[in-house]
Design a protein around this ligand. Structure first.
Ligand SMILES: NC(=O)c1ccc[n+]([C@@H]2O[C@H](COP(=O)([O-])OP(=O)(O)OC[C@H]3O[C@@H](n4cnc5c(N)ncnc54)[C@H](OP(=O)(O)O)[C@@H]3O)[C@@H](O)[C@H]2O)c1
Length: 337
């Protein structure tokens, strides 16, 4: 019989935290014990799991003793302050925030791409950024047989990537616009209903925003290769799933059908590529799915060995909760907990 583990989820009332609960249940993972944490605001709130109700605890001052694994998705500040306490109490921490991703001592893992990195963990594993996860799942199988020399990516990212408040502001702005009323403000620097903007996370001195920097640095760390990445990130008025137009310059000539075959076989990837029948992935089709969907494969005649791809995945699942649970499953399988 598989060993049961005790889990904690910090940020359990949020968009990602709730998905963690859904993914654990769907994958038949029965916790020996389950504790849910959020801010003081949510203390005492009841959340259902496996036919029972679990009361949310405030994370401030929490004692993590007895928990085997704690998933963190309550933002970078909470992770910086609290993850070390959970590790000290003996838990393995799988952290969804940006707090530790570029720390050399912390493995940054997508199980289909670099599961070997888990072996050198010191109690803390970082879950990469959502837009990076789906991209590396799609490109790693190609890179393994035909190394990528350069990558250009433009993203079309849904509001659920910002959390529950952003889902609500898109609903309210959409309803207000359709009713001819003034748009409510909030969450973003511009209206997102019927709009889009090339800005995710804070701007850096380089002129890039932090989400773009994450896509460059995290891709290189996970792929263990200094691939030059040129990103532009865009927030779009879509509720769930991020989409990405990815342009690759490969090292050698290739046949498109060989790339299609590679992607058909690749773990975690679903190929949806039949333009004659309008078959390519869209956010609505990919919502609530755990795989990365790839379509619109084309050679790029503007550069030697160029390849264009369209990549879509559910950011709350594949880009967050599912990746965290896959990390847990890989560690349990390899005896790393
Ligand atoms: N959304 C995505 O697609 C995605 C993908 C990858 C990674 N992430 C990361 O996951 C984290 C959460 O994202 P989300 O989308 O789930 O956001 P969210 O819907 O806004 O939820 C935030 C969660 O964090 C808790 N929280 C906030 N401030 C806290 C504090 N000071 N102390 C304790 N708990 C606090 C909230 O608790 P209350 O309900 O009590 O306020 C809530 O449970 C972020 O670090 C984000 O970068 C998100």
């Amino acid at each position: 019989m598989k060993k049961k583990h005790s889990f904690g989820i910090v940020g359990a009332t949020g968009a990602v935290g709730r998905k963690f609960l859904a993914v654990l249940a769907e994958r038949g993972i029965e916790p020996r014990d389950l504790r849910l944490f959020a801010s003081e605001r949510s203390k005492g709130q009841q959340i259902g799991f496996g036919g029972r109700q679990v009361a949310v605890e405030a994370v401030d001052g929490a004692d993590f003793k007895g928990l085997d694994v704690v998933f963190f998705s309550a933002g970078t500040e909470v992770s910086k302050n609290v993850c070390p306490q959970a590790v000290k109490a003996g838990a393995v921490v799988i952290d969804n925030s940006n707090a530790f991703r570029m720390d050399d001592e912390v493995p940054l893992v997508v199980p289909e791409v670099n599961p070997h990195a888990l072996k050198r963990h010191h109690g803390l594993i970082a879950n990469p950024n959502c837009s990076t996860i789906q991209m590396v799942v799609a490109i790693a199988p190609i890179h393994r047989v035909n190394p990528i020399k350069r990558l250009v990516v433009s993203t079309y990212q849904s509001v659920s990537g910002t959390g529950l408040e952003a889902i609500e502001i898109l609903e309210r702005q959409t309803a207000a616009r359709l009713a001819g009323k003034p748009l409510p403000e909030g969450v973003y620097p511009h209206p997102i209903g019927f709009n889009l903007f090339p800005h995710i996370d804070v701007f850096l001195d380089s002129g890039y925003c932090r989400e773009e920097e994450k896509m460059v640095r995290e891709t290189q760390k996970i792929m263990e290769a200094p691939i030059p990445v040129s990103p532009t990130v865009v927030r779009v008025p879509v509720f769930y799933c991020h989409s990405e137009a990815v342009n690759l310059e490969l090292s050698r000539p290739f046949e498109l059908d060989a790339i299609r075959n590679l992607l058909r076989e690749a773990p975690g990837v679903v190929l949806m590529d039949d333009p004659a029948k309008n078959v390519y992935p869209t956010p609505v089709q990919c919502q609530d799915r755990d795989e990365v969907f790839v379509g619109r494969l084309r050679t790029d005649p503007s550069v030697a060995n160029g390849l264009n791809l369209w990549v879509v995945a559910d950011n709350l699942r594949r880009g967050a909760a599912t990746n965290g649970v896959l990390i847990y499953e890989a560690m349990a399988r390899e005896g790393l907990l």
